[in-house]
Write a protein that binds this ligand. Sequence first.
Ligand code: UTP
Length: 291
Amino acid sequence: MFKVKKAVIPVAGLGTRFLPVTKTIPKEMLPIVDKPNLLYNIEEAVKAGVEDIILIQGRGKNSIEDFFDVSYELEARLVKDNKTDLLNKIIHLKDMCNIITVRQKVALGLGHAVHCAKPVVGDENFAVLLGDEIMYTDDNTPTVTKQLIDSAGANNVSTVAVMHVSMEDVQKYGIIKMEELGPNRFKVLDVVEKPNPDQAPSQYALPGRYVFSAKIFDHLENIKPSKRGEIELTDAQTLLAQKEGLEAITFAGLRYDAGDKFGYIQANIEFALRHPELQDKVKKYLSELKL
Ligand code: UTP
């Protein structure tokens, strides 16, 4: 059985694409409508059965920990004002899962960030969700993390999410070389970080959702920094694919790159168009907008 009860969410990056706001506000705390984008990921993991969330944090990210802590003054005020709906919105945050934080002292890359979780994860299987990638699934569809856990469980193998991208976009992602195993399911042979379009092994890209066995830690310990000086999660995935096996599935759902300005604005517009209090107003506003 490929049980997954822990999820690692790296949030220690510098968020340079969002400067100047990220000088003091972590990009994972930027709101999509009324929730920080990190909360969408945590809810996705919790809906998949995850109980422990391990946040890999860097300096200047303390507001993330505070967000999941008790807020006595605010709660007392909302009780006094009888604002039960608002109170429930903040109370459930501290009870939905265990939040464990680990410090990544130097931002040496995504692979290094994931390795920082080893003392907490131990020998267990675990999920990884990139803190600034948001996956939307409707209420009748399992979350993307749940889709991965189910496929990993059915086939007893580490499994990552992939999506088909244009040839022009392959240089923005880790790209897999693969053999087809069935509809939407692949055996991963190799993972190449941000290839030039003429060297890309396929057009299937990793958008930031993974389910790994703890063996990934051994591989992260054995790889050298890449040309850009980072410990790359993609290099460790290649070793995992070659030694223990790795599968990839395409997923049902919509993905937003909320670490990028345009993706962030798209996410805000589309989540507002799904929000019961806002959807009519926003739809009307957009249809009447003249610039
Ligand atoms: P990104 O490269 O998208 O994040 O890393 P970044 O470095 O913060 O972004 P820009 O390009 O400067 O705007 C993907 C994820 O991995 C985390 C980031 O926080 C992000 O969620 N990460 C990256 C770490 O936790 N540690 C690292 O050393 C690198």
